[in-house]
Design a protein around this ligand. Structure first.
Ligand code: AP5
Ligand code: MG
Length: 188
């Protein structure tokens, strides 16, 4: 199965991603985790993206596309993918679609994990002691939320029009969110 998880920061993409991947026999691929690995290893890419990630801005589309190309291609040959944090702009979605189309690797479904902004604020502030630099500052959390609404939310319409969108109430417990997502996917 090839799945895209769409949701605000703190909606639970990173919580559900590995659980869904395990249940679906797919590979969890998080753009944010890959970027943070580069930051931690101080690679060339890490240096290039550091300011964006730490200030809560989106990294340029080309960098993210290049970073994900191989992991996605590998996942497609072994059970599919659960994409967490990508695509995040209409341009990324269109570029990813064009790359995936000839490979037969376009997404089967897009799960929108719906949570109100106040739940996001509570969750991310609660996690800020866990060491994510972009959770440490409320201004950065607000910026990520704003960018989600302006850049990523338009993808809901994009995928709804393609008949791919499944909306899940992501405010309940992680187990309930997982069960609801699996039920919604198998009902499609
Ligand atoms: P990314 O790593 O994708 O971060 P994000 O979207 O801001 O989301 P988070 O990882 O903070 O939240 P999540 O939805 O994974 O929730 P989680 O499960 O952790 O991106 C980081 C940065 O990288 C971006 O700002 C950007 O700079 C760059 N980037 C990444 N992808 C990019 C792209 N495609 N293009 C350009 N730039 C890109 O949960 C959050 C908290 O809530 C946790 O503490 C968790 O325990 C808790 N929680 C989860 N589920 C529940 C629940 N059901 N009930 C109660 N608590 C819960
Ligand atoms: Mg995450």
């Amino acid at each position: 199965m090839r799945l895209i998880l769409l949701g605000a920061p703190g909606s639970g993409k990173g919580t559900q991603g590995p659980l869904l991947a395990a249940r679906l026999g797919a590979t969890h691929i998080s753009s944010g985790e890959l970027l943070r690995d580069h930051l931690a290893d101080a690679t060339e890419i890490g240096k290039l993206v550091s300011d964006y990630v730490q200030s809560g801005d989106l990294v340029p589309d080309e960098i993210v596309l290049e970073l994900l190309r191989e992991p996605i291609a590998r996942a497609v040959t072994s059970g599919g993918y659960v994409l967490d944090g990508f695509p995040r702009t209409l341009r990324q979605a269109e570029m990813a679609f064009q790359q995936a189309l000839p490979l037969g690797a376009t997404a089967d479904a897009v799960v929108y994990m719906a949570v109100p902004d106040d739940v996001v604020r509570e969750r991310l502030q609660g996690r800020s002691s866990a060491g994510r630099l972009d959770d440490a500052d409320t201004a950065v959390i607000e910026r990520r939320l704003r960018i989600f609404h302006s850049e990523t939310e338009p993808l809901l319409e994009y995928y709804r029009n393609r008949g791919l969108l499944v909306t899940i109430d992501a405010t309940s417990s992680p187990q309930d969110v997982l069960d609801a997502t699996l039920a919604a996917l198998s009902a499609r």
